[in-house]
Each structure stands twice: as structure tokens, then as C-alpha cells.
Design a protein around this ligand. Sequence first.
Ligand SMILES: [Zn+2]
Length: 265
Amino acid sequence: MSVNMKRVLAFHCHPDDVEFQVSGTLALLEQAGWEIHIATMAGGEVGSVVLGGEAIRAVRLKEAAAAADLLGGHYHYAGGHDLCIQYDSWHLRQAVRIMREVDPQIVFAPPPTDYLVDHEETSRLVRTAAFIASVPNYDCGEPSIATAGIPHLYYCHAAGLSDIYGRPLPMQMAVDISAVIDIKREMLACHASQRSWLQYVNGMDDYLQQMEVDAQVQGQAVGVVFAESFMQHLGRGHPTDNLLHAILGDRCIPLSLEHGGNVHA
Ligand SMILES: [Zn+2]
């Protein structure tokens, strides 16, 4: 970690979630001089019908590291397991450990509502970790230095671009990622083990194509080709200025709630 650089941490649940939801925006931040960090709560243990849990985890952690490497970034594994992510003190300590290792100014988390409870629990864990990592007396179980402050926190879009009732989420902004869609595709393609798995579990014939369709749907809401959309956490304690807009300028396009309604597959 470089002390002088601005650091962004995209902290989702499984290896490949960051690449689906936020890697285009990470590519733009990298071009703007930010240091990129990607973390996952879980190790991808159930993502195979051929390999056992430990074997597929080893494959997927390598895939995640390779994707981060495309942005000159760093990958962190929090130590949790697929379908076992819970909001408890063990998982929270792991999330805070990573938050303190990175000390980011911007954090991306899964949305509070998503198709897997693993994602929703990760959202709560990352939200709390972002808030408490700066509290010196919180003991994460390892020697660590409290973060410099509470970061800007943004929630990614949900898988399938809707909540669990099929309704649109109240997205607040869309980032135009048209210029970096090739990098996003390349990052997601690092997760080659997931092609057959997603075909098996979600009937997703080509996960790269599905990613592009989702990015197109989000782009259409703001009149660009490809976009990723976000909600900012504006609860007490967190900075409420839109740092993403300050960095990306016109490429970060505000969405009205009614536009948010359009960001829906
Ligand atoms: Zn996931």
C-alpha cells in the first residue's frame, strides 16, 4: 500500500461480483491515479460442480488476484465461505482487518438488498467495517492501525438489477464506463471457472454477454452505451459529498428516482 496514493476498496462477497458490478468504475479511478483494492468476504467454495470446495477456492482466489492485477491492484480475501456469510463478530473482525490494511477513502459494497443473503450480509459487514475501522478501541484480533477516517461509501447495483421483489433499486448515479468496457470484460474473463458454473446455476449462457447486457441497460438510463450505477450511503457519520462525481466529472451522471426506475432489466 502506498501512503501517498488515494485508495479505493471494492469489497463484495464472491470472487467475480466486483468484476460484474464495479470494475469499469475501478478502471476509471485507476486512470485518475487511484490505487485499486478488491476484497471478497467469501472464497467461492461452491462455485463448481467438478472440483471440491478447497480446490475451487484456490482457483478462484487466483482468478480474483489476476483480475485485480489488470489494474495494477491488490486482491484481499476476508476468509469467509460461500453460503456461510453472517453478520457476526468473526466476519466483522475480518472485514475491519482488511479495511485497516487498505485505509481507503472510497469503499464500494454490495447493495443492502440482493438476490443472495450472502451478498446482503456482506453489505452490512462492509458498511459497519467502514464505519468502525477508524475506532482505535475496536479490536479486530490482529495488530492493526485504525483508519484515518470514515470513507465515502457507495453501494453497487444488485445482480439482475432489481431487489428481491423484482423492483428497481433507488440508484442515484450512473458512471459512463463505455471507454473502459474492454478492461471490464477482460477482468471478468479472468474468472474463467465461472462460465460453466453460471451456466449450471443461473442458466447464464455467456456470463460476459450478460455483463454487457446489464451495463447496456444501465447505460440506456443516462444515454450512454455502458454504465455502472450506484447509491451513496448518506447516513450520519459518512461524508455526504459525492467524491465519485468530483473525480470523474461528467462521466458520473446523476439519476433521478424516476431514472432509477429505468435502471431495471
Ligand atoms: Zn456473489
